[in-house]
Design a protein around this ligand. Structure first.
Ligand SMILES: NC(=O)NCCC[C@H](N)C(=O)O
Length: 413
């Protein structure tokens, strides 16, 4: 398989995708920390892993090469041993470890793990107070000794959202946004992408359109590759308008990119619609699944290159989603398929469980969660080919098949 990245649509035959198999990070989720860690329940890890393995196998059966984030990072450290030290320093600095002594103790503990894959998985899982022996010296902190309901048992937080590989970075054409994420808890995830795109033999030469030290936040769930010229980006809870300004500057004037139009969709700022891909996803050349709440007039901003290098022109468009997507795709009649059919309760329930968050492996062939039976029935009737992913545990993190995948390569349409 070829090196580098290539994604110029949401629906072209998927050839290569990056996933993360849920790991021990899901065991370090104390119930009273769920809100802060952006997770909605404590999943049963073994079942979540089985469901995820089924998802990966469904993709392989469709001819897709499945890459795992944790393995890619371990390959970086196998190929460039000094990168592991650099990573570990940065990881420790960003891990929120309290006290003077503890960062050193933790660094030694992590560094004692010689196998690179095991090391990467441990950095993802987090670390509890019970796992370290801290000498009782004057620099020991009170925090490291106390374990009560109000004091966390965690020295380093887990990264439970890592299996949503859609968000920490976003492949656009042949390049990538390495995101600065909205929340402190998820922003640490972008460190893995940083090392892949800096050192991995297959990915180190790709263009970066956004950097994790940017001043504004954005997440991959807000970025949809409509075609090689047009990108749809959500202005949402997770992506600031100012971050889209930065993207436009970096994408329009990069000779590696063909994108010359960004449509910035102003969507409601709430958890049920945290990203653009929770509101609509493309499933065929002329079909999208949508959250019914997005029907009606939408406010969208069109960004295009200005006359001089670095200039960006902005135009406001107020129109229906249908018309905006017809114009963006160049298709005469777009069909919008509502999550939950016409029923408001089914729509709210299935939207909550990512009924409109689908992953296309080819035009008209899509991965959906099994639990969204009403929406799936509508999709069958519309002639879609459904690849059904078990979802009792995976859905507890509030993300669907699109959120759980980052395409690295799609065939052009
Ligand atoms: N693209 C997506 O919609 N990703 C889902 C992310 C869910 C995760 N629990 C979060 O709140 O960030």
């Amino acid at each position: 398989m070829t090196k580098g990245l290539h994604v110029s649509s949401e629906i072209g035959q998927l050839k290569k995708v990056c996933l993360h198999r849920p790991g021990e990070e899901l065991l370090n989720l104390p119930p009273f920390e769920l809100e802060r860690l952006l997770f909605d329940d404590v999943p049963f890890l073994e079942v979540a892993q089985e469901e995820h393995d089924t998802f990966a196998q469904i993709l392989r059966d469709q001819g897709v090469e499945v890459l795992y984030l944790e393995k890619l990072v371990a390959e970086v450290f196998d190929a460039v041993p000094s990168a592991r030290d650099e990573f570990l320093d940065q990881y420790i600095a960003e891990a929120g470890i309290k006290g003077q002594e503890m960062p050193k103790v933790v660094r030694e503990k992590l560094d004692s793990i010689k196998d690179n894959l095991e090391f990467v998985q441990k950095t993802m899982a987090g670390l509890t107070k019970a796992e370290v022996e801290l000498p009782l010296v004057s620099s020991t902190t009170l925090d490291s000794l106390v374990n009560t309901e109000s004091e966390s048992d965690l020295i380093i937080d887990p990264m439970p959202n890592l299996y949503f590989t859609r968000d920490p970075f976003a492949v656009i054409g042949n390049g990538v946004n390495l995101n600065r994420m909205y929340s402190v808890t998820r922003n640490r995830e972008t460190l893995y992408g940083k090392y892949i795109f800096k050192y991995h033999p297959d990915y180190k030469d790709v263009s970066l359109y956004f950097r994790r030290d940017a001043a504004f936040h954005t997440e991959g769930g807000d970025v949809l590759n409509i075609n090689e010229h047009t990108l749809a980006v959500g202005i949402s809870q997770r992506t600031q308008a100012a971050a889209i300004d930065v993207m436009a500057q970096n994408i329009f004037w990069n000779s590696d990119s063909k994108v010359d139009r960004i449509l910035a969709f102003d969507i409601p700022n709430n958890r049920a619609m945290m990203h653009l891909d929770t509101v609509f996803t493309q499933i065929d050349v002329d079909k999208f699944t949508i959250h019914p709440a997005i029907m009606g007039t939408l406010k969208v901003y069109e960004l295009t290159p200005g006359a001089n290098p670095g200039d960006v022109k902005i135009r406001e468009i107020c129109d229906t989603l249908e018309h905006i997507l017809e114009d963006a795709t160049g298709v005469d009649q777009i069909k919008l398929i509502k999550c939950g059919g016409g029923d408001p309760i089914a729509a709210a329930r299935e939207q909550w469980n990512d009924g409109s968050n689908t992953l296309a492996v080819a035009p008209g062939k899509i991965c959906v969660y099994a639990r969204n039976t009403v929406t799936n029935d509508v999709l069958y009737k519309e002639g879609l080919d459904l690849l059904v992913v078990p979802s009792a545990e995976l859905s507890r993190g509030r993300g669907g098949p699109r959120c759980m995948s980052m395409p690295f390569w799609r065939e052009d349409i």
